[in-house]
Design a protein around this ligand. Structure first.
Ligand SMILES: NC(=O)c1ccc[n+]([C@@H]2O[C@H](COP(=O)([O-])OP(=O)(O)OC[C@H]3O[C@@H](n4cnc5c(N)ncnc54)[C@H](OP(=O)(O)O)[C@@H]3O)[C@@H](O)[C@H]2O)c1
Length: 346
């Protein structure tokens, strides 16, 4: 029998998770086999479990945020060695690439080394949140399409242009704030609950407002901070109520970047656009952008240009993920990422 591992298996649509055994896969061309030390949880994981969206083939292994140790190298992989500590963006659409198991295959192009100033746990909080911020700000098709500041050009930055980021304490929000600073936006205005004000200012926001303000109150508060037109609002939460607030803040020809499908209607005359972004590097139209951003991840983390999210470790290995997803679904997780240790599964 091939070597076995433990995995958190979702056997059927809207079924119940169970910890089971499955074989450890071998890496194909351009892939790595990673022993997963830390796997972070994301809202998409509970949404798939409860609504059945996105996944067509079962059984499935959910989870996309991976940090661990390289065990084997596939053909053509040159920039990694066995034993390297890495973070990677997994894929719930392919069973060998899900994060909620003890070993997974990752693509070298969407894997980066973990610098010595970061732990497996902190590194696991990065992939999907950062990638969604990258896609939303810099994606040409499903984003605001601004120039990535790490790619050389004549106009490298967005100097002194304002940006509003709704939901700065969310994982996507935290990375959007940090990339907005890297791109030179100013002011970088964000919303969160008051207890997360220090957190979002620590990520680099220049102005914080309580997320419970009405759209009119928020617009009035922002008008005291800048009189420049707001051409980009990144609504990292994208509930109908936040979309409507974001839409109302937007200047003519502005773009509302969303993480969920649009509930606002694009208008004639004013030329405002709403775009729903997708933070997966595995989609063909995202490949080029993410190849370049993943080449930066190790440096961003080592130099503190990108700061990972706060995290909380879940008990009981893979089994602990079940309760963690339920807490996320109930809205009980604020300003932090839940992280599981698959190797601690009983
Ligand atoms: N399209 C994609 O590819 C993609 C990728 C990743 C995520 N997403 C989606 O994007 C959303 C955010 O994901 P995430 O992982 O960043 O979430 P998360 O970190 O789990 O979000 C938790 C945070 O949301 C904040 N929040 C909740 N309601 C808010 C509101 N009305 N206004 C402002 N902040 C609010 C809370 O802030 P306070 O505690 O400060 O109140 C909390 O800190 C989810 O719906 C997720 O499914 C989509």
């Amino acid at each position: 029998m091939s070597p076995q591992q433990k995995a958190l298996i979702l056997p059927k649509k809207r079924g119940n998770f169970k910890v089971g055994s499955r074989s450890i896969p071998s890496p194909g061309t351009g892939q790595l086999l990673v022993k997963i030390r830390s796997a972070a949880l994301n809202p998409v994981d509970y949404k798939i479990r409860y609504t059945g969206i996105f996944v067509t083939h079962y059984p499935v292994i959910l989870g996309v945020d991976i940090a661990g140790i390289v065990q084997e190298l596939g053909e053509g992989v040159e920039n990694f060695r066995k034993g390297d500590k890495v973070l990677a963006h997994g894929n719930f659409s392919i069973i060998d690439q899900g994060a909620f198991q003890q070993y997974a295959l990752t693509f070298a192009t969407f894997t980066a080394k973990i610098p010595s100033n970061q732990s497996f746990d902190s590194a696991a909080t990065v992939p999907l949140g950062l990638n969604t911020a990258v896609a939303g700000l810099y994606g040409k098709n499903l984003g605001a399409g601004i120039h990535p500041p790490w790619v050389k050009s004549i106009s490298d930055h967005e100097p002194k242009k304002p940006i509003v980021i709704l939901g700065g304490s969310s994982s996507v929000g935290s990375y959007t704030i940090q990339l907005a600073r890297l791109s030179g936006f100013y002011p970088v205005v964000t919303t969160a609950s008051p207890n997360n004000e220090d957190l979002v200012m620590g990520y680099g926001a220049t102005h914080f407002f309580d997320r419970h303000l009405s759209g009119n109150q928020l617009a009035a508060a922002i008008s005291k901070v800048t009189d420049s037109p707001i051409r980009i609002v990144f609504d990292t939460i994208s509930l109908p109520e936040t979309q409507s607030v974001g839409w109302g803040l937007l200047a003519q020809n502005g773009i509302l970047v969303l993480t969920l499908p649009a509930s606002v209607k694009e208008d004639e005359g004013k030329g405002r656009k709403a775009v729903s972004t997708i933070g997966s590097p595995h989609l063909p139209h995202n490949h080029e952008l993410f190849r370049s951003s993943w080449a930066m991840v190790e440096k961003w983390l080592s130099k503190g240009i990108i700061q990972p999210n706060n995290h909380e470790i879940l008990p009981n290995g893979l089994e602990g993920i079940i309760g963690g997803l339920e807490r996320m679904r109930m809205g009980q997780v604020s300003g932090t990422k839940l992280v599981a240790h698959p190797q601690e599964t009983q």
